[in-house]
Ligand binder design. Structure first.
Ligand SMILES: [Zn+2]
Ligand SMILES: [Zn+2]
Length: 121
């Protein structure tokens, strides 16, 4: 492959944004140390990366929300189970305890997932 700017020069790398060949003289690096061929591509890549970071933050928020929802539902089931227990309806207590445990565990894992993402940043 040849450099997109200098047809006589062999490409030393490939622009990660547009895929054009880049010779040693044309190589530019972004803040994240990726090879690009031009300022325009550096700009385009920075925008793509900030969009990705935004999506990651949203996903992380989604995990946290799901986690809190699961934990909340587990607590509600626990209260219902306690009420059913007071009535002596042990079948319902067992069912709701199992459901609550499952939900509580899911919530715990979702919250852990959200916190792991946070630490990675
Ligand atoms: Zn490029
Ligand atoms: Zn070049």
């Amino acid at each position: 492959m040849k450099c997109a700017q200098h047809p006589q020069a062999d490409a030393a790398a490939i622009c990660i944004h547009c895929g054009a060949g880049v010779c040693g003289d044309c190589i530019q690096r972004t803040a994240s140390r990726r090879v690009v061929c031009s300022q325009a591509c550096a700009q385009g890549l920075a925008e793509a990366e900030s969009t990705l970071a935004m999506i990651r933050r949203k996903t992380q928020g989604g995990h946290r929300l799901t986690g809190y929802f699961c934990v909340g539902a587990a607590l509600a089931l626990g209260v219902f189970a306690a009420l059913a227990g007071a009535d002596g309806q042990w079948g319902i207590v067992l069912l709701q305890s199992a459901l609550g445990l499952g939900l509580g565990l899911s919530g715990y894992f979702y919250l852990r997932l959200a916190n792991n993402h946070h630490e990675a940043d």
